[in-house]
Design a protein around this ligand. Structure first.
Ligand SMILES: *Cc1c(COP(=O)(O)O)cnc(C)c1O
Length: 354
């Protein structure tokens, strides 16, 4: 019954998240989740906060902001906290992009950006990509009302250097640029946060979902000059003042306080990523250079969609996007080294049997 749907509800094409299958146990390499559990300190913090659940959480998330800000050499006025970075991104579209305005993003990027654009009636122009999935930065020097891209990009894993980002910022002083750094902790490269002090038109968005093993907790944040953060707070406080619950606040804080644990798990993931990439290249795959916790790969002799289904049958779930330019690629999240060894042996068997 769609009779009561608003025009917006009828028009929007919702985002389709990667499968979370319940039918059998897969090696799950399809949604870029972290293969390692969160720090043990997270569990302790969450359990000890259960008794306080009768009280509303701090709507300003002050304690969490006070942990994030100094790590980035910023103040708490530079930090906005949201229920996952997807919510931070949705609020950003509402706070900074007007209906009927036009924003720019790469043609291959996180597929939530066109969804938010359509939900909020924002037009977009694609920045077209070269064969190697990089783009001409000069393509960003065109009339626009905003820019968004992921860095490292998804699903390619490719990192854009700060020099390039700064050039795009300089050429667009009157447009807000959002840099989605969901994967920056796996890059071993500098974050665009360093540019915030000089650019009032830059908002950097981060998440606890990937490098902090907390996809199930739903915490993300944005960093920028205070007027941008205030804009986001205005939107949040017009929708729901308590987007981050007590358990999420406690868990995220505990995660930030256990830096050593995460340094170690991130290092393991990077090592496993590089080893897996080498092996896949040995098997004849083309592997894009990855600065993230996933690999984007294509094989000259085998169809990616066929491989996706055969892998699934064998109990390995990866991500396939039936989309122009990337429809012969698979995105493979980096699991534990055991999971990747199993994945590689399944792949080898398949290639031999095809
Ligand atoms: C995973 C991901 C997100 C969403 O992260 P949540 O914090 O879990 O909502 C945002 N942007 C990109 C590019 C991602 O890959």
């Amino acid at each position: 019954m769609t009779r009561f749907w608003s025009e917006k509800t009828r028009r929007v094409e919702p985002y389709v998240p990667g499968e979370q299958p319940l039918d059998k146990k897969y090696i799950k390499l399809n949604t870029n989740e972290n293969p390692y559990p969160p720090s043990p300190a997270v569990k302790e913090a969450i359990v000890s906060n259960v008794s306080k659940l009768s009280l509303y959480p701090d709507p300003d998330c002050t304690a969490l902001k006070e942990l994030i800000a100094p790590k980035e050499s910023l103040n708490i006025e530079n930090v906005f906290i949201g229920n996952g970075s997807d919510e931070v991104l949705a609020f950003s579209f509402m706070a900074f992009f007007d209906p009927d305005s036009t924003i720019l993003f790469p043609e291959i990027t996180y597929s939530f950006y066109p969804v938010y654009s359509s939900l909020f009636n924002i037009n977009y122009n694609f920045i077209s990509m070269k064969k190697d999935f990089t783009f001409h930065k000069t393509d960003f020097f065109q009339k626009n009302d905003g820019i968004i891209f992921a860095n490292p990009n998804a699903p390619t894993g490719i990192y854009l250097t700060l020099d390039n980002i700064e050039e795009i910022l300089l050429g667009n002083r009157d447009s807000l640029m959002i840099v989605d750094e969901a994967y920056i902790d796996f890059a071993g490269e500098p974050s665009a946060v360093a540019l915030i002090k000089n650019y009032d038109n830059l908002l950097v968005v981060r998440t606890f979902s990937k490098s902090r093993s907390l996809a199930g907790l739903r915490v993300g944040y944005a960093l920028g000059q205070p007027s941008l953060i205030e804009g986001l707070e205005r939107i949040k406080n017009s929708i729901n003042s308590y987007t981050i619950d007590r358990l999420a606040l406690a868990g995220a804080q505990a995660a930030l306080e256990d830096e050593d644990y995460y340094k170690e798990t991130i290092k393991m993931i990077i090592r496993t990523r590089n080893n897996t990439a080498d092996k896949l290249e040995d098997y004849g795959f083309k592997v894009l250079p990855s600065s993230s916790n996933f690999l984007f790969v294509s094989h000259p002799d085998y169809n990616a969609e066929d491989l996706f289904y055969v892998l699934k049958e064998k109990g390995v779930l990866v991500r396939y996007f039936k989309q122009n330019k990337i429809d012969n690629y698979l995105r493979i999240s980096v699991g534990s080294s055991e999971e990747m060894n199993t994945f590689l042996s399944v792949i080898r068997e398949l290639l031999e049997g095809f």
